[in-house]
Design a protein around this ligand. Structure first.
Ligand code: ATP
Ligand code: MG
Length: 300
């Protein structure tokens, strides 16, 4: 795989978005929109949000690629009941083609990562470089490409977020999640110049907690950050055992979890402006408005 700098990849992505190529048959978009799911803190529900978002978009007629960027502690295949393998490593070392490395379930495609493989990347070959390479090679094959990012506030996580058209930041009501996700938004805004973030509140126990969480997060951000934060919605805390949550997540049932996710995706796609305008809209004055305008508290 070729090695390019982040800036080179971003420029290439720009020029691809503006090219006027014919749309592939059966596809909703000429070029995939790219979406990073992050949080700062671990265990808050990034993988669950990434999987459910992918599944709902497929249900709505899209072709979606989910890339598990938690290259060392991959969970997506386990949660989805796909066999656990070493596909990411095998793709990197040219032992498998992209088609051989992905799991397919209709229009849902998954590139799972590895478990406990410490030696995948070095100074020459970074996670971001590989992921940008994959996106760039398959941008015309999908409607949406979702990155399930690792926990932490690393250069890798920031670069993956900076590259994507959209970012879902998953926040849970505990103080450490609020602090860590705020730090992620702050670094992305101040150091990477990203002024547009979408928040999903997960594991929320009631409307009072949700109101407090929304107010705490948005008011602090409004005081200190010059960015646009949009709350896409909230997912209730599923109090039964965790395995049951994982099973419930995959059902296309009339459950509260399923309905909440649909509301989140409705809000996300409401603003869907199509691939040709993603970058200009992203940089427009309206999209740079301060967080204060988005103070409405979502319902549970
Ligand atoms: N709304 C919810 N209610 C109850 N349990 C949930 C909810 N969302 C996620 N979980 C559970 O929380 C755990 C962590 O979820 P998940 O793996 O999606 O988080 P993550 O942020 O991807 O974790 P990591 O940082 O380790 O990658 C899982 O066991 C999952 O089933
Ligand atoms: Mg995860």
């Amino acid at each position: 795989m070729s090695r390019k700098t982040t800036a080179e990849w971003l420029q290439e992505h720009h020029s691809q978005s503006s090219r006027n190529l014919p749309q592939k048959v059966g596809r909703k978009r000429k070029f995939a929109r790219t979406l990073a799911v992050s949080s700062g803190k671990g265990g808050v529900g990034k993988t669950s949000v990434a999987i459910k978002t992918a599944k709902i978009l497929v249900e709505r007629g899209e072709k979606v690629l989910l890339i598990d960027c938690d290259y060392n502690l991959s969970n997506t295949a386990v949660k989805l009941g796909f066999p656990i393998g070493n596909n990411f490593y095998e793709l990197l070392s040219d032992k498998k083609s992209f088609q051989e490395a992905i799991h397919e379930d209709g229009n849902f495609h998954l590139l799972s990562a590895c478990n406990g493989n410490m030696d995948l990347f070095d100074e020459e070959c970074s996670l971001e470089g590989v992921v940008f390479d994959i996106i760039s090679s398959h941008i015309e094959d999908y409607d949406t490409i979702i990155l399930d990012c690792p926990a932490g506030l690393t250069k890798e996580v920031c670069n993956l977020n900076a590259y994507c058209d959209d970012r879902f930041i998953v926040v849970t009501p505990d103080k450490s999640s609020i602090t860590d996700s705020y730090s992620l938004v702050k670094v992305l805004t101040n150091r990477f110049g990203i002024r547009n973030h979408k928040l999903i509140f997960n594991k929320v126990s009631g409307s009072k907690q949700l109101e407090k969480l929304t107010r705490t997060f948005l008011e602090t951000a409004q005081l200190y950050l010059d960015c646009r934060l949009q709350v896409l919605g909230a997912i209730p805390f599923f109090k039964e055992n965790v395995d049951r949550f994982d099973r419930e997540l995959l059902k296309i049932a009339d459950s509260k979890i399923h309905k909440s996710f649909h509301k989140v995706i409705d809000k996300y796609t409401e603003e869907d402006i199509g691939d040709s305008t993603v970058f200009s809209s992203y940089l427009s004055k309206e999209s740079m408005n301060l967080v204060g305008r988005e103070h409405e508290v979502p319902s549970l």
